[in-house]
Ligand binder design. Structure first.
Ligand SMILES: Cc1ncc(COP(=O)(O)O)c(C=O)c1O
Length: 449
């Protein structure tokens, strides 16, 4: 394998993007590693983007890219959908923060309650991380129990209770880690054993498609078994639908699989690309967030929850506009159909070049597996999860992203991406060409076989 310092892929990218290189010299003065999110880090420098529209975006040197980063998954409608732009512009004129209740938050919550099966009540937060933090606290308060069961490789944001796996990163307290029961992904026997042998588990939280939007896929049967065991033991089942909400179907993964959790966390699409998220779920469980006024004196909620920007009117307006498009059109189905076509075309490229890699995924997502397997092997559980997630060397992941950028395509570093309802045939064709060029370059550098 050619090291990054000598890679032709990286030098081609560097020659193409001199403005990004210059901006990175400034960025490194202000930001650790010159970036504001670790997923945006790239060698020799990250891409600086100046504008975006539909399925495309343009960098500081004017190059155009098919965008599969999709606002980290928030932009199911693509960049600058006219309905969202209009709603946001109108709201900006009417005020961006009232410090009071308002009608747009009502409409936002009512849409969510109609679309998401488990959403009896709603509490808005700003980010997915806040929503999963609140979900766990609410579940503990409701059950009076202390532990949370979650699965290795599943992502729930960066707060202390969810930001570690087998190894505990610096800064996270060992005492806190002890409150988490960490299971192997989708091992129902292990879950059953834990849930039946102890009485201190408040909640089970998971990504319902499997880790990282199905990079480590799980299946409906696993979800059904999980639903059954948690219901039997009085454990709160939480679907983290931060990515899957309104993407797998207008009713999220819970409608797609036909299994309703007790609580769900929503972010990204729910606020149409603006800051906003929500904890939704059973009314009795969200009752722990309520003031108690039945006795002689008014008492505060059992779980106090604040947040300066909760249900901000601009995010609410963007959310309402986005959810209406999802409710009233076939945009989710179109994104899923393009996803299917993209995965097929990319797999055809692998076959044409005799590359052992494959591309897989469900709905409007794709994952590139830079190893030796077919999608059927992955879905049949024949590829260990540690190979699917976390095994690819960082150097190869960097080359894959940078190589795609050289071909005018921006992917997420999983490696994979999310597809919007405005991606189309031309985007797919351009992506297949960029993928073919990338595989040829990787083969030259000894990274493919
Ligand atoms: C499944 C899942 N949960 C939680 C989060 C955290 O959301 P946020 O980045 O809004 O804090 C993410 C973010 O990508 C996610 O994919």
């Amino acid at each position: 394998m050619v090291p990054l310092s000598a890679s032709k892929i990286l030098s081609t990218y560097a020659a193409r993007t001199p403005s990004s290189a210059r901006l990175q010299l400034r960025a490194i003065e202000s930001f650790p590693s010159g970036v504001t999110h670790l997923g945006r880090y790239l060698q020799p420098h990250p891409l600086f983007v100046r504008r975006a529209c539909g399925s495309r975006k343009w960098d500081a040197d004017g190059h155009e890219y098919v965008d599969y980063f999709g606002g980290h998954g928030a932009l199911l409608l693509g960049h600058n959908h006219p309905a969202v732009v209009e709603a946001v512009a109108r709201q900006m004129e009417r005020g961006v923060h009232y410090g009071a209740s308002h009608e747009i938050e009502l409409e936002w919550a009512e849409l969510i309650r109609k679309m998401i099966p488990c959403a009896g009540r709603v509490r808005f937060t700003i980010s997915g991380t806040e929503a999963t933090l609140l979900a766990l606290r609410v579940a503990r308060a409701y059950t009076g129990k202390t532990k949370v069961l979650r699965f290795a490789a599943h992502f729930h944001g960066w707060h202390d209770q969810v930001a570690f796996g087998a190894e505990i990163p610096a800064g996270i307290l060992n005492e806190l880690a002890a409150s988490v029961v960490l299971c192997e992904p989708h091992d129902i026997a292990q879950v059953r054993q834990q849930c039946h042998s102890r009485d201190d588990i408040a909640a089970v939280i998971l990504e319902p498609t499997g880790a990282t939007f199905g990079q480590v896929p799980c299946n409906r049967q696993f979800l059904a078994d999980l639903r059954e065991v948690t219901a039997r033991r009085g454990i709160v089942l939480i679907f983290d639908e931060v990515i899957t909400g309104f993407r797998c179907s207008p009713g999220g993964a819970q409608a797609y699989y036909g299994i309703a959790p007790d609580l769900a966390t929503l972010a990204k699409i729910v606020a149409g690309g603006y800051p906003g998220a929500a904890l939704v779920g059973r009314s009795d469980i969200l009752g722990v967030l309520e003031y108690r006024d039945s006795g002689p004196s008014l008492q505060g909620p059992r779980v106090p929850h604040q947040g300066t920007y909760n249900a901000g009117p601009v995010s609410a307006a963007a959310g309402v506009a986005t959810l209406r498009v999802i409710r009233d059109t076939d945009i989710v189905a179109r994104a899923c159909a393009t996803g299917e076509r993209l995965r097929q075309e990319m797999n055809a490229v692998c076959r044409r070049l005799g590359a052992p890699w494959c591309v897989y995924g469900e709905c409007s997502g794709f994952h590139i597996f830079p190893g030796s397997a077919a999608p059927d092997d992955i879905y049949a559980g024949r590829v260990p999860w540690k190979k699917l997630k976390g095994a690819t060397p960082l150097e190869l992941l960097q080359k894959i992203r940078v190589g795609f950028l050289c071909g005018g395509v921006d992917i997420i570093g999983w490696p994979g991406g999310v597809i919007s309802g405005v991606h189309g045939g031309e985007d797919v064709d351009r992506t297949a060409t960029a993928f073919e060029d990338l595989l040829r370059m990787l083969r030259e550098e000894g990274d493919l076989d």
